[in-house]
Design a protein around this ligand. Structure first.
Ligand code: ATP
Ligand code: MG
Length: 381
């Protein structure tokens, strides 16, 4: 019997028909590209009514890759048979042979084509009767799923969870500020899962960090690129000139707020050059003393572009759990480096007028910003 991988999309039933069609076509091309990039040689990706079918001899490898493709709700290895009752029965009985003697089972059938000359219930009852194992409808050890369509039926036992979300590159482009800590890679992954194309900006503290972590940040972006078709772009912006200017000219307690405001200003200029429509950060409300509502407001006030903070309501342990799941946690722990300019008592309730006054003390800020952007390096990972 022919085996295929069936792929079900997440959330697309919420979309109108034209949007659905566009999203499915992007999802299919993302699947193809990601399989190619991972070295899968012979495979077919075919659209079916409410799913995508993948034919391949490298099933195990393909399933591992598909688990990283955004927009996939779940997948399964299925037997594909004709849609006549006898063919379905053969497939179900074949699958049932793998159920150990002391285990229970249930059949769950659905029939999308109501013209078919049998009911889903017939599949469940009539074929179920022929299986020499105990039935348990409420909590079976094994579930045999049958999806009967017009020409074919699909029989499978295990649904493998996909990452969900929407296909990469369907919902716009964002610029992620990545610091090397635990949070920003997770924020990035969440935006990617929501269908956003991402590029990254890292403000390199050069002499003002406890250690140089550029390689570590590249490793994180490289890891995230496993979730996207194609390479990811990391923009490294030298930042120590601006940091030292803040340190020399402004009140000590305002250092972090000014540092971040100017990061935002530079990020917005950079975002516009790449047609990104929003800035993304790993900020969270009140995770550290400086992440107060006042500070978040004053820092982002300089922008005309929206700032997305997908982790705003996460508990730290939730962020860590997700970082471990997506494979960035260990890389972040290795890459994180303390900032040497953080004041002993950073402001926790910044006032806009005060911060604006402090910012004016930085001479030639526009020039410094321009200069930082000019010295930007772009790495493709
Ligand atoms: P993270 O774990 O991502 O470092 P954090 O909890 O340590 O976050 P902060 O260091 O205060 O918090 O930074 C908040 C956010 O600001 C980061 O998540 C990141 O988006 C951005 N950010 C901070 N430093 C930099 C930097 N040097 N370059 C780019 N973005 C940065
Ligand atoms: Mg940090």
């Amino acid at each position: 019997m022919k085996e295929v991988i069936i792929v079900k999309y997440a959330e697309l039933w919420l979309k109108s028909e034209p949007v659905r069609r566009r999203f499915i076509s992007v999802l299919m091309s993302n699947i193809k590209q990601m399989l190619h990039e991972c070295g899968v040689k012979n495979f077919g990706v075919v659209p079916a009514r409410d799913m995508i079918l993948i034919e391949t001899k490298e099933k195990k490898k393909v399933i591992e890759i598909l688990k990283n493709v955004f927009g996939i709700s779940w997948l399964a290895t299925a037997f594909e048979t004709g849609s006549n009752f006898e063919a379905i029965e053969d497939a179900v009985l074949e699958v049932a042979r793998t159920i150990p003697e002391n285990k229970t089972f249930a059949i769950r059938a659905s029939r999308s084509d109501k013209q078919l000359p049998y009911k889903s219930r017939d599949i469940e009852v009539k074929i179920g009767e022929k299986i020499n194992r105990s039935v348990n409808l409420s909590d079976p050890d094994f579930t045999i799923y049958v999806e009967a369509k017009t020409r074919h039926a699909y029989v499978y036992t295990e649904k493998i969870e996909g990452p969900g979300g929407l296909p990469y590159r369907t919902t716009g482009k964002v610029l992620v500020l990545i610091s090397g800590g635990i949070d920003s890679p997770v924020a990035s992954w969440l935006m990617m899962r929501r269908g956003c194309e991402v590029e990254f900006a890292h403000f390199h503290p050069e002499v003002f960090a406890a250690k140089d972590n550029l390689e570590g940040i590249k490793n994180i972006v490289k890891r995230l690129s496993e979730y996207a078709p194609g390479a990811l772009h990391l923009h490294i912006i030298p930042y120590s000139e601006i940091q030292s200017s803040i340190a020399r000219n402004c009140e000590r307690k305002a250092t972090c707020i000014l540092c971040r405001r100017i990061m935002y200003k530079i990020a917005e200029k950079l975002a516009k050059t790449m047609n990104a429509e929003a800035i993304v950060t790993g900020e969270n409300l009140a995770q550290v003393a400086s992440q107060t509502m006042d500070n978040l407001f004053v820092e982002a006030h300089a922008l005309t572009m929206p700032v997305f903070r997908p982790l705003i309501c996460f508990n730290k342990d939730e962020t860590i759990k997700l970082a471990k799941k997506i494979g960035t946690y260990r890389l972040s722990v290795e890459a994180s480096a303390c900032c040497l300019l953080t004041p002993k008592r950073p402001m926790t309730s910044a006032k806009l007028e005060f911060i604006k006054r402090e910012e004016k003390k930085i001479k030639n800020l526009d020039k410094l910003i321009e200069n930082a952007l000019k010295r930007r390096q772009e790495v493709i990972l």
